[in-house]
Design a binder for this molecule. Sequence first.
Ligand code: 4NP
Length: 162
Amino acid sequence: MPMAEPVRLLVVCLGNICRSPMAEGALRHRLAEAGLDHVDVDSAGTGDWHVGQAPDARAIATAARYGVDLETLRGRQLAPADYTDFDWLLCADLQNLADVRARRPAAATAGIALLTDWAGTRLGDGAIPDPYTGDDTHFEAVWQVVDAAALGAVRRLRGGRD
Ligand code: 4NP
């Protein structure tokens, strides 16, 4: 079988310490499990408050319950180069989507979408609510949504649409 072209996915949220690192971890886990090793995954925030920081302790603890290690991830801010370095910028909520679209450089080549739309797992408005000011139940709910999206990503990428 010919080697598949790499697919590069960047998940984007606001702080890059809760939703997008959890989605990054879930995607890495489900893609590895499915043997889709031609897919690269990273995450970034539209904001810069948590650059260089590890994910929120509640995000780390939630992912760890599902066997996914987020401890080595570090926050970074969305950069202009991301619009050409990645194939898809996959946003956690509608504000993230609006911000990512508004910052789009003229040379951008990446597709921009809501993560749950892209993955075919949208429920309601498709947004992943920000759990930062919430409690453990909010982080657990985020995990369920990002893990469902990760399984949707496997289905989409297996189908060869990207
Ligand atoms: P995230 O959550 O966007 O899912 O990483 C947030 C984390 C931090 C902040 C906002 C949202 N903050 O304002 O510092």
